[in-house]
Every structure is written in C-alpha cells, then in structure tokens.
Design a protein around this ligand. Structure first.
Ligand code: PLP
Length: 398
C-alpha cells in the first residue's frame, strides 16, 4: 500500500535539494566556524552567507538572526531571554490559550520561577486572537506580547499586522511563533510589525533540530546557553553547520514556492473537508473557514475517539494525528480545540489531516473512501451519542 502521510504539521520530509545542500557540510566544509584557519573560515563564510539569505527572506538584517536547535529553543530564548533582560522594566507577558506548548510551558516556567505575570487571552470560536483583546490586556508592566502566526493544530491564521500595530503603539515588544506559517505566509517582519520571530526547519522540509530567532536590533536578551560565545554571545556551542545550511535552503525554497503551494493545497484541503462533512454525519470543521493554513483540515467527528480513528487509518498506511505531536502521548483532548469552545466530549473526536508537497488527489480520494466505513464501525461500538444541537449551542456562546 502507498503510504499517505497527512501529518505535515508534526514534521515534514526532508526535501532532496536540502539533503544535497547539507551533504557538503558534513565531510567537505567540515571546519569549525570559530577556527582561525582556512578550513574554519570556509565554514564561517558558509554560515554567514546562510544568515544573510535568511535575513533577506524575512526583511531583516543578518545580525538580527540567531541560529538555534529548533523552534522550541528559539521560543525559550525569546521569552526567557527577554523576561530576564527586562526584569527592572516589567514582568507582564500577554499570550493566548491556543499557543504551542513551547510558548505555554515557557510562560508557566516564567510565572513559577521568574516572578512573571502572564495573561492567557481567550480565542474566538475559530481559535483566532482578537487584537482588541490584546490591547485591553496591556498594563504598565507589560514587556511582551507573544502570539502565534498560524496555529499548528487547527490552522487558524492570526491577524499579525493588527496585533503588531497595537504592540508598536504601546511600545511593547511583539514576538510570534511562525513555525507553521513559514511555508505559506509572508514573513516580512516590517509588514508584520514583529520584533521577534521564531522559525524552524522541520516544518518546511528542512532538517529537524534547526531554527532561528529573529530579534530586532536593540532588543536585549539574556542567553540560555553559556560557553564559547558563538552567535554574538546569544547561543554558545559549535554551530550546526549542515543544519544551518539545510535550514536556509529549505526556507528559501519554501518562501519561493509558497503561493504555488498555497493554491494547490487549498484545493486539495477543501476537497477533503467538504468530502468529510458531506459523507460523515455529525462532523464539524475546527479553525477558521477561510483564514487558515492551506494544508490543515481539522475536523471533529462526534461519538468517536480521535485516537481510535488515527489507529484505524494507520492500518491503511494513512498517517494522521489528533493534535500536536507533543500531546499525542496523552489522551487529553487538544487544548486548542477546547479553547475554541468545543465541549470535552466533542473535542475528543477531533482529528487533524495536514497535507504536504507530496499529497495528491488520489491520496485525498483514498481517505474519503475509507473514512466513512471506519467512523461507522467506531460509532457502532461507541457508548456516547452527543446531540449536535448541544455542540452548536456551546460554540455559539463563544
Ligand atoms: C513544531 C512547532 C514548534 C516546535 O518546534 P521544534 O523545532 O520542534 O522545537 C513550535 N511552535 C509551532 C507552532 C510548531 O509547529
């Protein structure tokens, strides 16, 4: 059976061009960028070239780019680094309930160990942050607003520029987790009004464990990792040269192809969503109907467990997930789907299909062919029978 990989929000397959680009930096340009000889200089030049290319893609300066070991580290550096550096100026952070755990758990840490105060904004029934809520939450001690660009579970794209304008008006730093947006959205930091931005390689067909933090000139951050002083003292340790080169290449390709991919995947996604809503009763789309990532289809199917559905689909070599990869080990329903106002019993039946470059129309047809039968089987053994009206009413209160 052909493998049908529909979990591209968890991670993407390394693309061939990126793999080829990286190979050279394992055993040809293998020097330490910190070494004062030709072999080191060669590697240093490569890293600085990658930094410049990444900076250009997001309309930033190369000294504003710090390479990290992924999105999580970048987020930790932004949030902890700023909170520590601004201790004397304030301690209040504004975020939302729908963020990735890299943001939520870092905020919890800051509340517990760094005396920070965090406002977790509610989101609307589509999982979107309302810019006026951001403005209302601002206090004299607010130092940072951190709101994700696009949601990894339900695909909703937030109104970045509006939130950025508010942050700027009040002279507060604005950080965004743009890991999921990088393949499909404009990353121009000037247009978005962002001061800090997190990106990673593993969501754009690049290597895992790679990413960046963009931090606008003038922002002071206290480093998390101390040592040899690499990355302008912000992130010590020998640079992951193959990873950095792979990340830069992957981001370049992703941004070049983003409009083409957006249009192509939107059609496939709509076919999938419409197909499910038409062929399976008691189903809802999660996330915004239009302001969403083109590759994300997250649906709630009443009276079944999302986990059971993913296991049944797995038997057909169709790979999906119920939420973020980080929470798939637990049976708790997604915090994001719950934040959209869906009751617990409906949130349990949510399933996420995230399409990618290699997804074909045949793949979507295969899913639509097997899904109704699996749902029927699962419903026959299900002890619950939730009234649709109950769900509709719960969401309409949002
Ligand atoms: C994947 C992801 C992260 C974490 O990135 P890692 O590179 O796995 O550390 C953070 N935020 C979002 C939105 C993500 O999708």
């Amino acid at each position: 059976m052909k493998e049908i990989y529909l979990d591209n929000a968890a991670t993407t397959k390394l693309r061939e061009e990126v793999k080829q680009e990286m190979l050279n930096y394992f055993d040809v340009v293998y020097g330490n960028p910190g070494s004062f000889h030709g072999k080191g200089l060669e590697a240093k030049n490569a890293v600085e070239d990658a930094r410049e290319r990444v900076a250009k893609l997001i309309n930033a300066k190369s000294r504003e780019i710090t390479f990290t070991a992924g999105g999580t580290e970048s987020i930790n550096l932004a949030l902890k680094g700023l909170a520590k550096a601004m201790k004397d100026k304030g301690n209040h952070i504004i975020t939302s309930r729908a963020e990735h755990h890299a943001v939520l758990n870092t905020c919890e840490y800051l509340e517990k160990y760094e005396c920070c105060e965090v406002t977790y904004l509610e989101v609307d029934k589509y999982g979107m942050v309302n810019p006026s809520d951001v403005e209302s939450a601002i206090k004299p001690n607010t130092i940072l607003i951190t709101i994700m660009y696009a949601n990894n579970e339900i695909g909703t794209i937030n109104p970045m520029a509006e939130i950025g304008t508010i942050a700027r008006k009040h002279n507060i730093y604005f950080h965004t987790d743009a890991c999921q947006a990088a393949g499909y959205c404009d990353l121009d930091t000037e247009k978005l009004n962002v001061d800090m931005m997190t990106l990673n390689g593993s969501k754009v067909y690049g290597p895992k464990g790679t990413g960046i933090l963009y931090a606008k000139t003038g922002i002071q951050l206290v480093p998390l990792v101390h040592g040899g002083g690499q990355e302008r003292n912000l992130r010590s340790g020998t640079e992951n040269v193959p990873g950095i080169m792979g990340f830069a290449k992957a981001l370049e390709l992703a941004q070049t192809e983003r409009e083409y991919e957006f249009n192509k995947l939107t059609k496939l996604r709509d076919k999938l969503v419409n197909g499910i809503l038409e062929s399976v009763s008691k189903t809802f789309l999660n996330g915004h109907p239009t302001q969403r990532l083109p590759n994300n289809a997250n649906v709630s199917i009443l009276d079944i467990e999302g986990e059971a559905l993913t296991l049944y689909l797995n038997e057909y070599d169709i790979y999906t997930s119920t939420g973020s990869a980080c929470t798939s080990q637990t049976l708790d329903p997604s915090h994001v789907v719950l934040a959209t106002g869906l009751p617990y019993e409906a949130a349990h039946g949510s399933i996420r299909f995230t399409l990618g470059k290699e997804t074909t129309e045949d793949d979507i047809e295969k899913v639509l062919e097997v899904l109704p039968g699996i749902v029927k089987t699962l419903r026959q053994i299900s002890p619950v029978n939730v009234a649709v009206e109950h769900i509709v009413e719960a969401r309409s209160k949002k």
